[in-house]
Design a protein around this ligand. Structure first.
Ligand code: SF4
Length: 529
């Protein structure tokens, strides 16, 4: 008889054995520790029998909802359904052969809750753990923009035994080891995980968040909840949050080191899907991209990177990155081009200890790679922080000269200082300085690089007049292309708490536009369809 799997990963899109995809990493780290890992990908989730395909796992099911929250993947910021999903084959959000409809979506809304419910229908008494951005950002009571309401912890709504916060590789191995030694998931006290307990842990090592019922009564407490979660992160403490007569307890996140990343990224990845030789748009984009580091030193209010990867940077060694490049060359589609080398923002590579190095380690890394005979080109496709580029003009010049495609992408995010300061972004004058430097470098290049700027419309604090001059301002600064997106009040963000409360962290009232018609009009004034 075939031996049962220890752990079965379940995900609402095709499994990708690639280090830019969470399921690829998790499966490989577990296998490296000797666990047998099964995969149920893209199940027809409406039918519980789909979750019996591989039998019952010896230890637990692990739901991997992917790198993006399912509500963000399934809905536009103004609540319209999306028909595309970059992580599905052909980018089609619906099962092939089924007419488009909510039940035919490969990725169900609030995937973790739906998949957990269906697994429980198939296996009454099975243990379930979930992770990913969707779980991480919904561990505490949070706002769901599609439903426009506060929801309680995902641990309760999905009846999870354990939730993983952050990227999760260290946690999943600890969980599997403890489960193999007989510890029930609900009794584990593993750093970077959360559980639902009848009693709260009591000492000073814990920071209490406003309770779920208190937030329901007074939604502006989401701001306090955000502040306390960040304080807990900085002080290395856990959090507890009352939900009725239960407590959601989150253990402090484990530190990840450069050695951890080297080990994780140097496992063997085939850079393919499990069950198809064709590729999803997400795999096509990432096929030969390399993650050089995690985390970000930025404090942008609308960004989930700090909450999910950490507010400091952890980088891989250059040797580990080169090993990955060499490994990649065994892929049948390799043509000598690294399509991206970076992290949340590329140039922060190596700024683990020192946020102000005289010579940015990223510059050295780029030079090392482009001087190799086996690499034709290294692109920097991740955005770069323009304020850091002002500190490192030599790096900017080398990126423009050797590593840019048609565009260099930057994210000023807005053009009005009032809104920029609420977003936690540098002022417009800094962006103006950057644009001057950019065009000065451009004048010395044989091939001109164009500037693509990303802006967010409708962030809390923005009124019509803040957007009125945006298009002209960007044009006058020499921006060649504008990518504008309407603000998404995603779960767990500071900006979302401001959106709900209508005020900032200091209690100052902010205008908040919630009308999709007005938001569309603002966006079209910057970025006509
Ligand atoms: S700089 Fe980019 S990655 Fe960093 S916090 Fe801001 S938006 Fe997020």
């Amino acid at each position: 008889m075939k031996k049962a799997f220890d752990i079965i990963l379940v995900m609402p899109y095709p499994f990708t054995d690639h280090p830019s995809f969470p399921e690829g990493i998790l499966a490989n780290v577990l296998k490296a520790e000797g666990f047998r890992v099964g995969v149920i990908d893209s199940p027809h989730w409406q039918d519980p029998r789909e979750f019996t395909r591989l039998g019952r796992p010896q230890l637990f099911f692990a739901i991997v909802p992917g790198p993006v929250d399912s509500i963000i993947m399934n809905f536009t910021p103004t609540g319209k359904r999306r028909r595309e999903d970059l992580y599905q084959m052909d980018g089609n959000a619906y099962f092939a052969g089924l007419p488009p409809g909510v039940g035919a979506r490969v990725r169900p809304d609030r995937s973790v809750i739906t998949l957990a419910n269906q697994i429980r229908k198939a296996w009454k008494d099975i243990e379930i753990v979930a992770g990913g951005m969707e779980t991480s950002q919904r561990i505490a009571a949070h706002f769901d923009y599609q439903q426009q309401r506060i929801r309680r912890s995902i641990l309760l709504d999905a009846r999870l035994d354990l939730a993983v916060s952050g990227m999760g590789e260290i946690q999943i191995v600890e969980i599997a080891r403890a489960a193999a030694s007989g510890t029930p998931l609900r009794e584990m006290k593993i750093p970077g995980t959360a559980v639902n307990l009848p009693d709260p842990p009591g000492d000073a090592e814990w920071i209490e968040l406003p309770g779920h019922e208190d937030i329901l009564n007074s939604p502006d407490l989401l701001l306090q909840s955000y502040r306390e979660r960040m304080r807990a992160g900085m002080q290395g403490k856990g959090t507890r949050q009352r939900h009725g007569d239960r407590w959601i307890v989150k253990y402090p996140d484990p530190p990840y080191t450069s050695r951890d990343l080297d080990r994780i990224y140097n496992l063997e990845y085939s850079r393919t899907h499990l069950s198809s030789i064709s590729m999803s748009p997400a795999l096509t984009m990432n096929l030969f991209s390399i993650t050089s580091h995690r985390g970000c030193l930025g404090r942008c209010a609308f960004c989930a990177v700090r909450g999910h990867q950490g507010g400091h940077v952890v980088s891989r060694s250059s040797e580990s990155i080169i090993r990955e490049v060499v490994e990649m060359q065994r892929h049948a589609r390799w043509r000598g081009i690294v399509t991206d080398l970076g992290g949340a923002t590329a140039e922060m590579y190596g700024m683990d200890e020192d946020a102000n190095p005289v010579h940015p380690p990223y510059l050295e890394l780029l030079r090392r790679l482009r001087n190799r005979e086996d690499i034709r080109k290294v692109f920097v496709s991740s955005g770069v922080r323009f304020d850091l580029m002002l500190k490192y003009p030599e790096l900017l010049e080398e990126i423009m000269r050797h590593h840019s495609g048609r565009f260099l992408r930057v994210a000023p995010e807005h053009t009005h200082d009032e809104v920029l300061s609420i977003m936690g972004k540098p002022s417009l004058s800094r962006f103006r300085e950057f644009c001057r430097l950019f065009s000065q470098i451009n004048r010395g290049l044989k091939r001109r690089v164009e500037l693509a700027a990303y802006v967010v419309i409708g962030h809390p604090g923005e009124s019509d007049h803040h957007v009125r001059g945006m298009k002209a301002t960007l044009r006058n600064l020499g921006v060649d292309r504008v990518d504008a997106q309407i603000f998404t009040p995603a779960p767990g963000l500071l900006s979302t708490a401001m959106y709900v409360a209508g005020s900032d962290l200091r209690g100052k009232t902010l205008p908040v536009c919630r009308e999709s018609r007005l938001l569309d009009r603002r966006k079209e004034s910057v970025y006509p369809r």
